[in-house]
Design a protein. Structure first.
Length: 167
């Protein structure tokens, strides 16, 4: 009785072979394979980076992920999703696919989707594809719709130098 069924079925190659075709054990085993992680790695998004209310940053921020700002940023921010918290102040340009402003932004806002909530305070131009401004939001600046608001190429010609030359 040197060979028992449990020893033969558990650690041997038979267990690995059985896990592949067997439906009940299959969900647990393939999840651990490195090849499966490569295929599913882009799907689960990491949580948003949160800059707390007591944090003051001087400098530009750039990420392909999501950022939630509760503190103060003096600089430009580029992200996929930017959430400006109620306690936040951003002094600089904001560029993101999706921008939700609950706090204060002093500078240009560029986004495919821009939303100013009732607690938003924005001083600067907004360039967007779609926009929503809730009742109670404070906004001083211009609003311009563009099909590609994230492109900074459209921003340079706007303050046209020929006006200065003609004046």
């Amino acid at each position: 009785m040197m060979f028992s069924k449990s020893k033969i079925n558990e650690p041997g190659p038979k267990a690995a072979d059985a896990a592949k075709p067997a439906a009940p054990d299959a969900p647990a085993m393939p999840a651990a394979k490195p090849s499966d992680f490569k295929a599913s790695a882009p799907k689960p998004k990491p949580p948003a980076s949160v800059l707390s209310a007591d944090l003051h940053i001087t400098g530009n921020l750039k990420t392909t992920g999501d950022i939630q700002v509760e503190g103060t940023v003096e600089g430009d921010i580029r992200a996929h999703l930017l959430t400006v918290g109620e306690t936040a102040t951003i002094k600089g340009e904001v560029i993101a696919d999706d921008v939700v402003v609950n706090g204060r932004v002093v500078g240009r806002v560029r986004g495919l989707k821009v939303r100013l909530t009732s607690t938003a305070r924005v001083e600067g131009d907004i360039i967007h594809k779609t926009i929503a401004i809730e009742s109670g939001a404070h906004f001083e600046g211009s609003v311009q719709r563009q099909d590609d608001p994230l492109s900074t190429k459209g921003a340079a010609p706007k303050p046209a130098a020929p006006q200065d030359g003609n004046a």
